[in-house]
Design a protein around this ligand. Structure first.
Ligand SMILES: *Cc1c(COP(=O)(O)O)cnc(C)c1O
Length: 222
């Protein structure tokens, strides 16, 4: 059995070390990525004061939200959003969509938001590693796309950027992709959320300025 308290304490200790090395004034928030976890495991982390959880599929988000609706949790959608799932996602009123990855998708979401009279907080996903397997806008287009979405999609509330670190053991490459994203983030007026860093690279992400971490296996893997 997982010792949940011990796991999250170990995580917080590591985060605190990286955070204070970066800046004592820097605030870092954890989204516990529960995509491979049971509602019971989520409840255990709730009991350890964790409130924000993330799922990468709309259907799983819906199932877990419903089975845990008695708890005041904050739910994040972190995976690619298929156009035919937009309505379903909006009806769940997630705290944040991390993975808005094109102007085309933004326009589709905007249309549905307008009809339903709702807003959606979102981050623009940047493909800062230039990996073909990853979604997101290319770094060269990110600022332009960000302002286009901000101007044309009034119901989409852009809060900042998200990226997934390079899929490699080469720390330099991972760092490069984080720095690329941070430089873009710094050029956006009013952007407040920089979602980067997962179980294998969150310390590096914090060193590069991340303030929202998406942590799955570190917390939930046996
Ligand atoms: C699964 C997932 C994570 C968490 O990954 P871990 O390596 O398990 O921490 C973070 N972000 C996204 C988009 C994911 O799909």
């Amino acid at each position: 059995m997982l010792d949940y308290r011990q796991k999250i304490d170990a995580l917080i200790t590591k985060i605190e070390k990286a955070r204070t090395a970066y800046s004592r004034h820097h605030i870092v928030k954890i989204v516990a990525v529960s995509k491979n976890a049971s509602p019971e495991a989520i409840q255990h982390y709730y009991n350890c004061s964790q409130r924000a959880f993330g799922e990468n599929k709309v259907q799983d988000l819906k199932t877990k939200m419903h089975s845990l609706e008695h708890l005041p949790l904050e739910w994040h959608m972190i995976g690619s959003l298929q156009e035919n799932k937009i309505n379903a996602l909006l009806s769940l009123k997630p705290a944040l969509l991390h993975s808005l990855d094109s102007l085309k998708l933004a326009l589709k979401i905007e249309k549905r938001c307008e009809i339903l009279g709702v807003n959606l907080n979102a981050l623009l996903q940047v493909n800062s590693t230039y990996e073909k397997s990853k979604s997101g806008v290319m770094p060269e287009e990110a600022l332009e796309t960000y302002s286009q979405i901000s101007e044309t999609c009034k119901h989409l509330k852009l809060k900042g950027l998200m990226c997934i670190g390079a899929h490699t053991d080469d720390e330099k490459k991972i760092e490069k992709s984080f720095i690329t994203t941070k430089k873009l983030f710094d050029q956006i007026k009013n952007a407040s959320v920089l979602s980067m860093g997962m179980s294998c690279d969150f310390e590096l992400a914090i060193a590069c300025g991340a303030n929202l971490l998406r942590i799955g296996s570190f917390l939930f893997k046996e």
